[in-house]
Design a protein. Sequence first.
Length: 304
Amino acid sequence: MGHQHLLQGRPERYSFIADHKDNFSVGKMCKVMQVSSSGYYDWQNRDQDISKIKARKDLLKKIKASYDSSDSTYGSPRITKDLQRQGIQISRPCVARIMRKEGIQNIIRKKWKISTTDSKHKFPVCDNILNRDFHADQIGTKWVSDITYLKTGEGWLYLTAVMDLADRKIIGWTLSEGMSAEQTSLAALERALKARKVENGLIFHSDRGVQYACNDFKDKLKALKIDVVQSMSRKGNCWDNSAMESFFKTAKSEKFNRYNFKTRQEAKLCVFRYIEGWYNKGRLHSAIGYKTPGELELEMEKAA
């Protein structure tokens, strides 16, 4: 230990002692450096407190960044997973505690209730072949679809979506002012078929609404050059199509129901941004291990 350190201020001497405490006795170094042991330990504790404060501030910044990137929709479970994906070891209770202290709360609004399922029709319905088995090991083997609504100042819009259960990606969707099969189920199916390859034996599941039970829709499935098994939920049982129900519930609570759309065009832009800009590419999905649909799609394509 050189005598030049005796000419430095106390913080520099304390720092020197901290750097060499593994090689020399703290007590002896304090004596040589002409500082007290109690003074050194007080300095060390203050330094640690400052480091902890800085670490908490950095963590809060990351929590807020994750929250802001989700458009204020992420709660503590998804923010925790997002931080862990960044290599930050943190628990959900810790994130939840910080969010409560800082007043960070995900935004949820009540939804409108209206039925879009017209099951009072003359067409025969299919059995529930899917039977709530929402897991798929391969893309293009299990698709689910449904129709929901959006309220605007110009009237209702109807959103029809098709999801691949393998990666939970929305592979086909359409917005329409009417509820005909041509405007809803057929239009969304056409987009899904253009976006993704279908495997032989595809199970296509929906509710038993007229848009999926009608001859035009069934004929479209039969016209494909592969075997397609059509499946329908049991009457009045939304849990039979819970994957799609969950998507619509999430989309409405996270995005659509936060706005009072003045025009249909405003609603269309909102839906596009949510599905294509967020849900498929950026939103962590709990059913697929907190990955995004886009990430899992790439993984499954590489593994195929």
